[in-house]
Design a protein around this ligand. Structure first.
Ligand SMILES: NC(=O)c1ccc[n+]([C@@H]2O[C@H](COP(=O)([O-])OP(=O)(O)OC[C@H]3O[C@@H](n4cnc5c(N)ncnc54)[C@H](O)[C@@H]3O)[C@@H](O)[C@H]2O)c1
Ligand SMILES: O=C[C@H](O)CS(=O)(=O)O
Length: 503
């Protein structure tokens, strides 16, 4: 802002400078404080940590580095708000959730800009995530009014039996950076719909989206203490949440390694627990598949969010007879994807979230080529700056390579050859994970045999995309416990009570 002798130039505040970096129309969405009991608050000692734009390395802003004391206050705020929130009628809670939904939709462009700035995904994917995230608020506003109980024919003539459902109580939610809006509303929607209050901890890489959602929740009329967002030391906040007897439910989305830890930490207080964990999705292409459709499905599944989704194809398994044709077509399409900042309309593949993520994908690439795999499209990080990694396709990949056992979480597509159906399914199931599987196959009998044989909570048949709020999302084996979305999603936040009445 220009100045002159009469009107000296006012220095920009740090908040104004940081807001410019995000190009927001509604600047109140950019919050650099945590949200506890309806108050925007700093850490007790004023400590903060920086949030960095993965596309540029620039500091976008900073948020409080909170610890046990602040987390305890958030738990007590939720506990204090719990009874009043549960006492509202389902319709009253539903109306507030729908207002939150509407405000999210109105703020789509700002939320997308913020998400792209802190997470790196292309703006069109970020806009899509805002719609997906808002859909959980609408869906569970509807589900709130269908939390039905039961009456049961009595076991004795003078008994009347019934089952009612009640909110589990205070919920702790810990969410990942890859879908900073949707992974939070996929928890907050059902929790609040069921009548629970929540303390949420977003990932340290992407706190601004969660804080913006808190600002919109406040504007929608979510009462103070019902929805709290704390930022800071994951280990300290997580330990405080899991060890508190006032927290009756933990819902976590993130890596299997951290999920195991939180499950152990929750055992002492016997919490109800939901875990949405890591994946290692097989992407099977059988010899009667529509190869072009299979290539399109592989592109959609593998390269969404630069390969940083829990349901990305991690191992592409292709039957002998069509292997060469599939690899050639996949390489051509992957090679045409454009790498760049998420703010550019032409971008298909944004930066990886941080240096550690880049190093993991590079380690999978180097391990595979050292063991004989051939790069047939892309060359990984070669020639690129920052944390960019070009969509890369590997031919001649085998089960002896690191990617086969570990979630790559990046735009690397190793293609493994298999001979008969049994070998393909055996390779697919050869993992401790069980979140998503894919199969491109046309014979109807084969579809059923393969879908039923695959060991995963989700199976995509002839599609690379299946995520929706109306269907149950979740894993088996070491990919998680419980389901999110669908009607099942609200059951995770309810307890059943059996009432036996002597008449
Ligand atoms: N199944 C699903 O629906 C789903 C969805 C998204 C991501 N994921 C998985 O998440 C992983 C990527 O996300 P990420 O890198 O953020 O995972 P992560 O486990 O490193 O972090 C997830 C969250 O846990 C927190 N955290 C880390 N250590 C903690 C501790 N000791 N105590 C308490 N909290 C702690 C982080 O701050 C973050 O908020 C991948 O494995 C991916 O498959 C799964
Ligand atoms: O990363 C895992 C998310 O659950 C992705 S999505 O739900 O498939 O969009």
């Amino acid at each position: 802002m220009p100045g002159d002798a009469k009107h000296p130039r006012r220095m920009e505040t740090r908040q104004e400078r940081d807001q410019k970096r995000m190009k927001l129309s509604n600047q109140s969405l950019f919050q650099q404080k945590a949200y506890i009991n309806g108050q925007w608050t700093d850490a007790d000692d004023g400590a903060t940590f920086d949030v960095v734009n993965p596309a540029t390395g620039a500091v976008l802003g900073r948020v409080p580095r909170m610890g046990a004391a602040e987390t305890d206050r958030a738990i007590q705020a939720a506990k204090g708000a719990q009874a009043g929130w549960a006492a509202k009628t389902a319709k009253e809670r539903a109306d507030i959730l729908m207002r939150w939904h509407d405000l999210m939709v109105e703020a789509t462009e700002d939320l997308a800009q913020m998400m792209t700035a802190e997470q790196g995904k292309p703006l069109r994917e970020a806009r899509g995530e805002v719609a997906y995230a808002a859909s959980f608020l609408r869906w569970f506003a509807e589900e709130a009014r269908r939390v039905y109980g039961q009456t049961i024919p009595g076991h004795q003539a003078d008994k009347r039996l019934m089952v009612i459902k009640q909110p589990v109580g205070v919920v702790a939610a810990i969410t990942p950076w890859n879908f900073p809006a949707a992974m939070l509303t996929r928890k907050a929607g059902p929790a609040l719909a069921a009548g629970c209050a929540m303390v949420a901890k977003p990932a340290e890489d992407t706190p601004f989206t969660a804080l913006a959602l808190a600002q919109l929740a406040e504007a929608a009329g979510v009462p103070a203490g019902v929805f709290n967002v704390v930022t800071g030391e994951p280990e300290t906040i997580g330990a405080t949440l899991t060890h508190s007897g006032d927290v009756r439910k933990l819902t976590f989305t993130g890596s299997t390694q951290v999920g195991r830890l939180l499950m152990r930490q929750s055992a002492d207080t016997v919490k109800k627990i939901s875990l949405e964990l890591g994946g290692n999705a097989p992407f099977l292409v059988f010899d009667d598949a529509d190869v072009d459709a299979a290539v399109d499905g592989a592109i959609a599944s593998k390269f969404r969010n630069a390969g940083q989704t829990c349901v990305c194809a991690n191992r592409v398994l292709v039957q002998d007879r069509i292997y060469d044709q599939f690899v050639e077509k996949l390489a051509a399409k992957a090679g045409a994807l454009r790498v760049g900042p998420g703010t550019e309309d032409a971008t298909d593949i944004g930066p990886l979230i941080n240096q550690a993520a880049l190093e993991k994908v590079q380690s999978h690439l180097h391990d595979a080529t050292a063991k004989g795999a051939e790069m047939v499209a892309g060359r990984g990080h070669d020639g690129l700056e920052g944390t960019y990694f070009a969509p890369t396709v590997l031919a001649g990949a085998t089960r002896e390579m690191q990617f086969f056992r570990e979630e790559t979480f990046g735009p690397l597509a190793p293609v493994v050859r298999f001979s008969d159906d049994m070998e393909g399914v055996a390779l697919a199931n050869d993992t401790e994970f069980g979140l998503a599987s894919y199969a491109f196959v046309r014979d109807l009998g084969r579809v059923y045999r393969i879908a039923e044989a695959l060991e995963s909570g989700i199976v995509g048949i002839n599609t690379g995309l299946f995520s929706t709020e109306v269907a149950p999302f979740g894993g088996i084996k070491q990919s998680g416990l419980g389901r999110e979305g669908a009607h099942q999603g609200i059951e995770e936040y309810l307890e059943e009570k059996y009432i036996c009445l002597q008449i």
